[in-house]
Design a protein around this ligand. Structure first.
Ligand code: PGA
Length: 253
């Protein structure tokens, strides 16, 4: 796979004017220096989706939401459905980010429902998986990730409409990154699991992103691993200069 995904997960950050400014600068970069090799993807808060999709219409930018309801539509105050996201031309959606699992108690069976809702509207789920520090130290990283994949993908046929992000919980927002070897080992295992459960072609075409303290100084060594197809980047994606630096670096890999 030649494409490299540089995906910015803004989480609960940015004001409207900061987001507006970011997208204006990003549009300028993409229209003048953007590379076809790099899939530039931003997950802003819901409230900036329209700003984001407006930019996406004029550039090569792709847009994702950070969350989706497991319900269709109706009396669910504060929730956003896949139907609503699709009506806003949202292309991707994060599912199962560790912050959603940890703080909002989202479990694998709920995430399975969310993935199904997204697929009804042809929105590509980016399924996040990853072990905690205690699980890694107990030698259970492989087992935990496989269990998340099994449960979240139960009854789901995938084609080239799903992405996986491996994000070890201990590396998110901590400044502590998995070594390229640690990340590669899990990515390879995920690809092998997909090949076994689905087929080789699906596994080969599956983008597997790494997330957890990715920044300009460690991007290249991670992205050159054979089974790493991009980064899901939190903190370092909030600053336009560092984000553009990573886009530039990815275009040269
Ligand atoms: P981080 O976040 O880059 O700030 O560690 C990554 C993520 O949570 O997706």
């Amino acid at each position: 796979m030649d494409k490299i995904y540089i995906a910015g997960n803004w989480k609960m950050n940015m004001t409207f004017s900061a987001a507006d400014d970011f997208f204006a600068q990003l549009a300028d970069y993409l229209n003048n220096n953007g590379s076809k090799k790099v899939e530039t993807l931003i997950f802003p808060p819901f409230t900036y989706l329209e700003l984001a999709t407006d930019t996406a219409e004029e550039t090569s930018l792709s847009i994702g939401a950070q969350n989706v309801s497991d319900h269709n539509n109706g009396a669910y105050t504060g929730e956003i459905s896949a139907d609503i996201l699709s009506s806003m031309n949202v292309e991707y959606c994060l599912v199962g980010h560790s912050e959603r699992r940890q703080y909002f108690k989202e479990d694998n069976s709920l995430l399975n429902k969310k993935i199904k809702k997204l697929r009804n509207f042809f929105i590509k789920p980016v399924l996040c998986v990853g072990e905690s520090l205690a699980e890694r130290e107990a030698g259970k990283a492989h087992e935990v990730v496989i269990k998340q994949l099994e449960k979240c993908l139960e009854g789901i046929e995938i084609d080239d409409d799903l992405l996986i992000a491996y994000e070890p919980v201990w590396a998110i927002g901590t400044g502590r990154t998995a070594t390229p070897q640690q990340a590669q080992e899990i990515h390879k295992m995920i690809r092998e699991w997909i090949a076994e459960k689905y087929d080789l072609k699906t596994a080969e075409n599956l983008p597997i992103l790494y997330g957890g303290s990715v920044k300009p100084s460690n991007l290249a060594e991670l992205m050159t691993q054979p089974d790493i197809n991009g980064g899901l980047i939190g903190g370092a994606s909030l600053d336009i200069e560092s984000y553009v630096e990573m886009l530039n670096m990815a275009s040269k890999i």
